[in-house]
Design a protein around this ligand. Structure first.
Ligand code: FRU
Length: 496
């Protein structure tokens, strides 16, 4: 180990003392940064009877810095326990432990991550080198392999960048391991590379799974590749993408889902649909895992690189989305909050009626899972205000004639919000429309018509703004079913 490395696991673990990822001033059922900065979810996996989640972590500042891996575990995807820091950039071959994944190997928990190294070229110019490394552990403590890095730029196909080669996602299939890694090709297209191994240390390049071909960004980050409902899905996070005119993608950094088929014989992935994973600007770097009961579950960083809206008063920055169950239906990725949330329903509010210009109060809380259904909605316009009081409101407008949803955070009390108003095209209009909303303190996740479109939005609105209100320019017929969530891990401290 290099003497000069300023970062160590010990130092990071000390920074975690007395910290939690939920409760207090954090969210109640979403994973929040324990202290300092977090971004991508990493190593989402099941090992030794627990669900593990790691995350990109810089414990010493609320801005991104040399990356560590933080670590939490859960039994039910709702309540999480903080474990000691898992990885620190403490080796001479890395200045950051970038994103990656986890699998079981020989009764050990294997973390496969990117060793990012800031160095200089022969002329003294700054140069980044990215390789893939391995650490093995017992579910709490991890040790880096003496063979690191286990995949270097030498295993890249011709014409691929050694500086943008990261975010390995590994899974086990037919007795061997496979891994998809993000890369930038020299022609400035994003590409997803497939590798294979039997022992996690020797890897063989198999094929280029897909490329952006000048349309879906110039680099793809955080790929994931898995079968679902008879199709094959490739998730990627395009960088520097000019959004196509369809409105499917917004201008900020985002996540795309390529739905198609995989031919094992010819090792080809053919894509049929390219979809936005989530239409919110606060959604990036999703990662999935397969639960023992067969559910494919996804979690993402609920923020993106273009819009850091964390209040300056916090000594922590970053929240994960609530985990979502995935399905594929009619060429769309369908997602809903994992059903375990139902175990924490404290009460049920049911109401039905006709709403008009005067706002109808539907609920009063910042910890809610509710569904608003509007009938005869094929030409309806209505507004749903959440986290509202006289001063504040986050307004969701469903506008069937304009075929759009609008999320307006102008009155959400946010600092430095670059995207206060977001216009989301409706893929269809519906006769009966339902909006399922998951609210947890600083987060709002919206699932349209059983998860056919999803929108994630941070709402750092003072915690006492708790009303949920429905209003409409012309009367609409509605049904409301709302559940308050109680986990017993502490209420919010007001950030007013
Ligand atoms: C995505 C990303 C990854 C990288 C990590 C660094 O958000 O840029 O590509 O591994 O974050 O923190």
């Amino acid at each position: 180990m290099s003497e000069t490395k300023p970062f160590s696991l010990d130092r990071a673990c000390r920074a975690l003392a007395g910290r939690a990822v939920q409760g207090g001033e954090k969210c109640m059922f979403h994973v929040c940064s324990p202290v300092g900065w977090i971004n991508d979810p990493n190593g989402f996996s099941v090992f030794d009877g627990k669900i593990h989640l790691f995350f990109q972590h810089y414990p010493y500042d609320t801005q991104w810095g040399p990356m560590h891996w933080g670590h939490v575990i859960t039994d039910d995807l709702v309540l999480w326990q903080l474990l000691p820091e898992a990885l620190a950039p403490d080796q001479r071959y890395e200045s950051g432990c970038f994103s990656g994944s986890a699998v079981s190997f020989d009764n050990r928990h294997a973390l496969i991550y990117t060793s990012h190294l800031d160095t200089t070229d022969v002329y003294g110019h700054p140069l980044a080198i990215q390789n893939q490394s391995l650490a093995l552990g017992d579910g709490v403590k991890y040790e880096k392999s003496a063979l690191n890095p286990v995949v270097t730029g030498n295993a890249l196909p011709f014409g691929s960048s050694r500086s943008d080669f990261r975010d390995p996602k590994v899974w086990k299939e037919n007795g061997r391991y496979r891994m998809v890694v993000a890369n930038r090709a020299e022609d400035q297209s994003g590409q997803a590379l497939l590798y294979e191994s039997v022992n996690l240390t020797t890897w063989r390049f198999v094929t280029i799974l897909a490329r952006s071909a000048g349309r879906l960004g110039k680099m793809w980050e955080c790929p994931d590749f898995f079968p679902l409902d008879g199709r094959q899905l490739l998730l990627v996070c395009p960088q520097e993408m000019t959004p196509p005119g369809s409105g499917e993608f917004h201008g900020g950094s985002c996540a795309a889902c390529l739905i198609g088929d995989w031919d094992e014989k010819t090792k080809t992935f053919s894509r049929e649909y390219v979809r936005s994973v989530d239409f919110g600007t606060d959604f990036y770097a999703p990662q999935t895992t397969l639960l023992p009961d067969g559910r494919r579950v996804m979690i993402a960083w609920m923020q993106c690189w273009d819009n850091n809206v964390t209040p300056a008063s916090q000594d922590w920055s970053g929240i994960m989305t609530f985990p979502r169950e995935l399905r594929v239906e009619g060429g769309c990725l369908v997602q809903l909050p994992v059903r375990e949330i139902e175990r924490y329903y404290a009460s049920a509010d049911l109401s039905f009626g006709i709403a008009g210009q005067t706002p109808v109060p539907l609920a009063h809380s910042r910890h809610l899972d509710f569904t608003l259904t509007v009938r005869n909605a094929s030409a309806a316009v209505f507004h749903l205000d959440v986290a509202a009081n006289g001063d504040y409101a986050t307004r969701i407008t469903y506008d069937a004639p304009a075929r759009r949803l609008v999320i307006d955070r102008t009155r959400s009390g946010m600092e430095q919000d670059k995207y206060p108003v977001q216009v989301i095209p409706l893929r269809e209009t519906y006769n009966t429309v339902s909006l399922r909303v998951l609210l947890d303190t600083w987060t709002m996740e919206l699932f349209l018509n059983d998860g056919i479109q999803a929108v994630s939005a941070l709402i750092y609105t003072p915690a006492h703004a708790q009303d949920v209100l429905l209003s409409a320019p012309l009367p609409v017929l509605y049904a409301f079913e709302g559940h308050e969530i109680v986990t017993g891990i502490g209420e919010v401290v007001h950030a007013d």
